[in-house]
Ligand binder design. Structure first.
Ligand SMILES: Nc1ncnc2c1ncn2[C@@H]1O[C@H](COP(=O)(O)OP(=O)(O)OP(=O)(O)O)[C@@H](O)[C@H]1O
Ligand SMILES: [Mg+2]
Length: 317
């Protein structure tokens, strides 16, 4: 459904007369999400997760590499690509409060993509908007309310209804519950899980909450400093994490039924700047098991560990 091939997103943040400064937010990511799968993208703040999600919708400019949706190359943005992309894929952001226009009724917010991209009007449009609100569990009485009259969880349901308006197959969910109250979080997560099954959707689920990813996703990709360091089936990655970074992430956030790797120390220090990427393995400066002379100079290989499990590390066989 979604395929990234060596995707790169670099932001030029140079100030005039001060030389070139480039943030290498995404640096050669290759990733595949099959139809009906839910891939969780995890990693520390600043690792490039949101940038990947935005790149797959052309919300940020792509520096290099390619991406395909449903087998079609969408890397070059022209009118036809844009139209297809808007129908195939949609994104739901973290903060429902700023995602909705406070001056628009709920009806208008959900109807907007339909008005922009379809010919549906009048009673047909009203019926479709009501259906969408029903799908996300909001009764008709919400139609003509304004965002400030809704709770955070209700607003996020509206954002999801709007994202579903054009019947997308791929939904990119960027920390969809992080801004919500804990009790509401689990309701929305349960709803998202059912929604995926009922509508046969494909998810790219961005989160740094490993427990949430384990609940929702059947596959996981672990991101560090613009690259994927480990990827595979959720049970493989969580149960037999092989990359020292994944192991450190799992140690940092204990969760039920996890095999807590006992090797190495907890992760210390901050993620290095994506402006000056480290040489060799991007994780070497914080890695408890690094090999001097190798990890700090040579880029690690991508090692296949099983049917659906791979990791990038010099220490792997
Ligand atoms: N428009 C932009 N201009 C310049 N730098 C950017 C821009 N967008 C993102 N970045 C930088 O790119 C890097 C990756 O950012 P991104 O938002 O993708 O991280 P993230 O993994 O989603 O983090 P978080 O978990 O905090 O949401 C960061 O260093 C960020 O500062
Ligand atoms: Mg983000």
């Amino acid at each position: 459904m979604l395929e990234l091939r060596d995707l790169r997103v670099h932001f030029d943040i140079s100030k005039r007369g001060k030389g070139k400064t480039v943030v290498m937010a995404v640096n050669g990511v290759s990733l595949k999400i099959d139809k009906g799968d839910a891939l969780g993208l995890v990693g520390e703040s600043g690792s490039g997760k949101t940038t990947i999600g935005k790149a797959a919708l052309h919300l940020v400019p792509i520096t290099g590499g390619r991406f395909l949706i449903d087998g079609e190359d969408m890397t070059r943005l022209d009118r036809a690509t844009e139209r297809k992309l808007r129908r195939k894929a949609q994104i739901v952001f973290q903060d429902p409060h700023s995602s909705l226009n406070p001056r628009m009724t709920i009806y208008r917010s959900v109807a907007e993509p339909l008005i922009l991209h379809t010919k549906e009007r009048g009673s047909v449009l009203r019926k479709r908007v009501s259906e969408l609100l029903e799908v996300v569990g909001l009764p008709g009485q919400f139609l003509y309310r304004y965002p400030h009259e809704l709770s955070g969880g209700q607003k996020q349901r509206v954002c999801i209804a709007r994202a579903l308006a054009l019947n997308p197959e791929l939904l990119i969910l960027d920390e969809p519950t992080s801004a919500l109250d804990v009790s509401v979080q689990s309701q929305i997560l349960e709803f998202l899980k059912d929604l995926q099954k009922d509508l046969g959707l494909t998810y790219l689920f961005i989160s740094h909450n490993l427990a949430v990813v384990r609940y929702i996703c059947n596959r996981v990709a672990v991101m560090y400093l613009g690259g994927i360091v480990e990827e595979g089936h959720t049970e493989a990655v969580f149960g037999e994490a092989r990359h020292p970074y994944t192991q450190a992430l799992l140690r940092a956030v204990p969760y039920p039924q996890a095999v807590q790797p006992d090797r190495g120390e907890p992760l210390t220090g901050d993620i290095p700047s994506p402006i000056n990427l480290p040489k060799g393995c991007s994780f070497h400066s914080r890695c408890p098991v690094r090999i001097a002379g190798t990890c700090d100079t040579v880029v690690p290989p991508d090692v296949r560990l099983g049917d659906d499990h791979r990791a990038c590390c010099h220490l792997l066989p």
